[in-house]
Design a protein around this ligand. Structure first.
Ligand SMILES: *Cc1c(COP(=O)(O)O)cnc(C)c1O
Length: 809
């Protein structure tokens, strides 16, 4: 259809007129983006219809990936890439004097997620479509995405992310597919001689309206669906006309309370807060999603008994776990199926991924709050718990400790992870160490009872967005060397291994890296008005701000390096640019203080003539997917320095590796598997192991005070947090100091400090051996294929979902 650039050009000009009613000269970049996006969407719709028809005709098993977050970023660039239209589009626009990059930059990020968990869901959608797996997303269409971060005087300030303000070309509203979701009210039992019927009364009804976004596979004609639900009031007109009944205010209140459900994304990562609105969000999209799945299934199939054969529902963390009781409710209350059979269908259909073992992130809902909001769902969970505990009692009679540790309802709370394991056919962790910890510690008893349910699926990232799109020059260089096979089979990247010693390839790889660094440096100059040295090490830590991720450890190393430079101006070291990007949850005080600390330190170092250009510190505002796409290709060093045992997997680590950055990291999450792939000579690992951390928690014996007393370098750095070294109010950084010194450093920052600075010293030496460094870098790219989400998705499809690849056309 758009084979040649002339047809593309004409189609674009026509769309411009139709969409904006403007000629080209008057149009803004955004106008042009909307026209191009609309044109691509139209082009896609034919494939979309065909894909759905093919799924129906084949009666193929459908996968539904339920997630409270989908951190998609921008879609224009990746859609063009997957459709194979980037070159023709670029050329056609060039002819018209339009820069495609400028149009891409006009698109707002779809920031419907916090970080790794939401981005994983987005990578999975891309891989499912690209592999031809019938797999769809289900989530919430938040009116406001993850907040926009501004840095003002070194502090984080949060602004609303009004990403829908100017419209969203990719989505399609489907009002005819709306369903009703019910909250509050009471349940009445009606018993007849046949059976008991449960009637939910006096509920508040909310209309769930779906917005569908096409998910385009890479070069394969498959277009899957991301269905996001929006909450609307039922029968608005009726309510607003009822002035005479004096309930106008009530009607307005109802409308606002309903719309609040899909209004905002909660900005907390790895942290649970028991807010009723959050629970409403969870049930809202889960109920809408399950109703819509059952309705679609019914069109083709008679009996719901076959649901597990035809449908797999995957829940991303515990947020969508109400899928279990909701499916039970529909099967029992609406389909008239008995409990045992409903349970078999439900547990056969649903699978669950655990994302964290941090205690503060474990979801547990107060019983009373829950029962008030979702009375029928509460009854079902209560019954699930009764039966579950009875079954445990039969298998482990008298073992109260075991049973109470596993109960779904305990201490007046509903434990969502327990419900997830009891009510699903599979539970997986997201990296080997994480799954092992689940089996051996966090979910030990569940593993004893259901060993067959546990499995590992190490995370991955889509190499299409994170290499081909983000770093086209590197992708081109790779293809030139080993051919294009790696695009469909990322494991074939190992073909690069024989080039890592090739001087000419190394030089070319070095050239690409340098140009990517120049692009990032250009952005830094435009936005922050200072220069960074392109020959310096671009040492990058970008991820959510969290104590367990230990940005503070990075800061202490920078402070120590700064001190050493002042002590010895001739210190032999490679110049470094330390780059940070991180959003803190708005209510996470210490995380916000850490941002202020980084910015204050940056200000001091960047303006200290004595260190010259040898170190610079940059905090990049508003870290998000589109910014990440500029950062990874420019990175030399990937900071993955979480306390061992705390980071379930990490995916940032994989994006860095794919772009040739070398990891400095702890033996945590997927870092361990990266280490095993690349070997000790291609990574810098350091620090306590997860076992050692666990031993400290169990047996004590850790004293940050002792570490402080015995290390003069550490003392110097830590003291400067509170001794007036920083030009800030006296107690500005006291809470950070106290967490390390008074509260005995929960995340072992001081414990790993010496090992970390030693590893940094090794890294510095390696960087200065240019040939060696390039070899390491190329080896990292070569081994990154395993960490493509294609590998991950094929494992899910085979081991958990029983879903098959299906070609379209
Ligand atoms: C990949 C990614 C993350 C996750 O990073 P981690 O280092 O794994 O925590 C978070 N935010 C964005 C925007 C990402 O692209």
């Amino acid at each position: 259809m758009f084979r040649d650039k002339e047809t593309f050009k004409n189609a674009f000009l026509e769309k411009m007129q139709a969409v904006c009613g403007k000629c080209l000269d008057e149009a803004t970049a955004f106008d042009k983006y909307m026209a191009l996006g609309g044109m691509i969407r139209d082009y896609t719709s034919r494939k979309w219809v065909k894909t759905n028809a093919r799924y129906l005709e084949e009666d193929a098993k459908q996968v539904y990936y339920f997630s409270l977050e989908f951190l998609l970023g921008r879609l224009l660039g990746s859609n063009l890439l997957n459709l194979g239209l980037t070159p023709v589009c670029r050329e056609a626009l060039d002819d018209l004097g339009i820069d495609l990059n400028e149009l891409e930059d006009a698109e707002a990020d779809a920031g419907l997620g916090n970080g790794g968990l939401g981005r994983l869901a987005a990578c999975f959608l891309d891989s499912m479509a690209s592999l031809g797996i019938p797999g769809h997303g289900c989530g919430i269409r938040y009116r406001y995405g993850f907040f926009e971060q501004r840095i003002v005087d070194g502090y984080q300030v949060e602004l609303p992310d009004n990403w829908l303000r100017d419209g969203n070309v990719w989505e399609l509203r489907k009002p005819d597919k709306a369903v009703e979701v019910r909250f509050y009210g009471a349940v009445r039992e009606e018993s007849s001689s046949e059976r008991t019927v449960f009637v939910h009364e006096n509920y508040q009804a909310v209309l769930a309206v779906p917005y569908d976004t096409p998910v385009i596979g890479y070069g394969n004609n498959t277009v899957n669906t991301l269905r996001l639900w929006s909450a609307e009031a039922v029968q608005t007109d009726f309510d607003f006309s009822s002035f005479s009944h004096g309930d106008y205010l009530q009607a307005v209140e109802y409308k606002y309370s309903v719309e609040a459900i899909s209004q905002i994304l909660y900005p907390d990562d790895n942290h649970y807060k028991g807010r009723e609105l959050r629970l409403k969000q969870q049930y809202f999209f889960v109920s809408a999603g399950i109703q819509s799945i059952v309705r679609t299934f019914r069109k083709k199939n008679g009996s719901l008994k076959q649901l597990p054969e035809k449908v797999a529902i995957h829940v991303n963390d515990t947020h969508p776990v109400l899928a279990i009781p909701e499916l039970m409710r529909i099967l029992i209350d609406e389909e008239g199926i008995g409990w045992d059979e409903a349970w078999e269908i439900t547990t056969g259909t649903i699978s669950y991924t655990n994302h964290t073992i941090l205690a503060e992130a474990m979801e547990k809902w107060p019983k009373d709050l829950f029962r008030n909001l979702l009375p029928r769902i509460y009854m079902i969970i209560h019954e699930i718990n009764e039966r579950f505990c009875r079954e445990l009692w039969d298998r482990y009679p008298g073992d109260w400790d075991m049973i109470s540790s596993m109960a779904i309802i305990a201490d007046n709370h509903i434990k969502m992870a327990h419900l997830a394991v009891a009510g699903s056919c599979s539970i997986n962790g997201v990296a080997r160490i994480h799954t092992d910890i689940l089996k051996r510690q966090e979910m030990k008893n569940f593993y004893i009872v259901y060993p067959h349910k546990f499995n590992n699926k190490t995370n991955g990232v889509t190499h299409r967005r994170w290499l081909m799109k983000a770093n086209p020059e590197l992708a081109g260089l790779i293809t030139e060397a080993i051919g294009p096979g790696w695009i469909r089979e990322p494991a074939e990247l190992t073909g690069l291994l024989k080039y890592s010693a090739d001087p000419s390839f190394r030089e070319q790889a070095a050239g690409v890296k340098k140009r990517n660094k120049a692009v990032l440096a250009g952005m830094i100059r435009d936005k922050y008005s200072f220069d960074v040295d392109l020959d310096s090490i671009f040492d990058v830590q970008v991820k959510r701000l969290h104590a367990y991720k230990r940005q503070i450890l990075n800061v202490l190393h920078i402070m120590d390096l700064y001190n050493r430079l002042l002590e010895n101006p001739n210190l032999d070291m490679a110049p470094r640019t330390f780059i940070f990007g991180a959003k803190a949850a708005p209510s996470y005080y210490q995380a916000k203080t850490t941002i202020k600390l980084i910015n204050t330190l940056a200000h001091i170092i960047n303006n200290d003539r004595r260190v010259g250009d040898r170190i610079k510190v940059v905090f990049l505002e508003n870290y998000r997917v589109s910014l990440a796409e500029m950062i990874f290709p420019a990175a030399d060093v990937s900071e993955q320095i979480s306390t061992a045992g705390k980071e379930a997997s990490g995916t940032g680590n994989m994006k860095f590796m794919l772009n040739g950055a070398i990891t400095i990291g702890t033996m945590d999450g997927a870092n361990i598997e990266i280490y095993e792939k690349v070997g000790p000579e291609n990574i810098f690992t350091f620090g306590l192991t997860a076992e050692e951390v666990m031993d400290y928690y169990r047996s004590g014996g850790y004293s940050s005070r002792d570490l402080y007393e015995n290390d003069s370098r550490l003392r110097l750095t830590l003291d400067s947090l509170v001794n007036g070294f920083f030009p800030v109010p006296a107690d500005e950084f006291r809470n950070i100091y106290n967490s390390l010194m008074v509260h005995n450093d929960e995340f072992f920052v001081l414990g790993d400090f010496a090992a970390y600075t030693a590893a940094q010293l090794n890294l510095d030496r390696a960087f200065r051996d240019k040939a060696k460094w390039l070899e390491m870098s190329i080896n990292n790219i070569a081994y990154a294929g395993t960490f493509s989400s294609d590998r991950t998705i094929l494992e899910y499809a085979k081991d958990i979902w029983g879903a098959r690849q299906l070609s379209v056309e």
